[in-house]
Design a protein around this ligand. Structure first.
Ligand code: SF4
Length: 261
């Protein structure tokens, strides 16, 4: 997101929030892809690429929003600055050409297709989110998995079974009798690839809110992955993000600590 940074001299230095896409594998290992949307190049760049750019000024950590940004001299003129003016001017006007990079959820959790539904449920609860992209080895989206998919998988599997009387042998220690009415829980083995909705719609981060809103409304999509030039996931856009942008532009200020859908 392009927004005014700390003031040095007369003009604030534009700042661009660093986004992170964390990919969780079936072994629990995580890899992180950190990117910045560059309004000059109109594409994603990496932080090292920014640091070697002649416009780079500094990295800036905002303790309130808990975000880190690249401060750089992109100049007061240009499309990025105009967009920032629109975003700063709460209630001023709605710009349907605002790029998705400015409004998408920028810290996104992704999973590989082999990750189990149990692990996905844990990630959804731990991060307070309602869905996440499923990505291949290159970080490109192959599907979306939601809370509803996880619940459906558990229901279809019939993950509880009532028994009249059972004897459990945990770790081959002493047998333990349990009474009628107790349920035996089998760990869910179903993986993300079995329950996900295959990706049929994805948008580039420079696509506009106008394009996203039209697609979501008329294709019945509530959540879609946002990708960079090389097709990797750099964010996620939900219908709620679009509504929040609309609400913010109409004058409603959203507390930064509120969780995203
Ligand atoms: S430092 Fe350079 S590459 Fe990075 S966002 Fe600014 S202009 Fe773009």
């Amino acid at each position: 997101m392009t927004s005014p940074g700390p003031i040095h001299g007369e003009h604030p230095i534009p700042q661009h929030t660093i986004r992170s896409a964390r990919v969780v594998g079936d072994d629990g290992e995580e890899s992180v892809l950190a990117t910045v949307y560059c309004p000059v190049k109109e594409r994603s760049t990496t932080v090292p690429e920014c640091e070697s750019c002649h416009r780079f000024h500094a990295l800036h950590f905002d303790a309130t929003a808990r975000t880190t940004s690249v401060l750089c001299h992109t100049g007061p003129a240009g499309r990025g600055a105009e967009r920032a003016d629109v975003l700063r001017g709460v209630g001023k006007s709605l710009d349907p050409e605002t790029p998705l990079a400015d409004i998408m959820t920028r810290d996104v959790i992704c999973v590989r297709p082999e990750v189990t539904v149990d692990e996905i449920a844990t990630l959804l609860v731990r991060h307070g989110i309602s869905g996440m992209p499923v990505v291949d080895a290159e970080g490109k989206p192959v599907g979306m998995v939601s809370r509803a998919d996880v619940l459906r998988a558990a229901q279809e599997r019939g993950d509880t079974e009532e028994s009249e009387r059972l004897t459990l042998r945990p770790d081959d220690v002493a047998p333990l009798d349990i009474e009628q009415g107790f349920h035996v829980y089998e760990p869910v083995k179903t993986a993300a690839r079995d329950v996900m909705t295959p990706v049929v719609v994805q948008l580039h981060e420079s696509a506009s809110i106008r394009q996203a809103a039209s697609l979501m409304a008329y294709e019945g999509v509530h959540r879609l992955p946002v990708t960079s030039d090389d097709g990797k996931v750099v964010g996620i856009l939900s219908s709620l993000d679009v509504l929040r942008w609309f609400g913010r532009s109409c004058g409603y200020l959203i507390p930064p600590a509120r969780k995203r859908a």
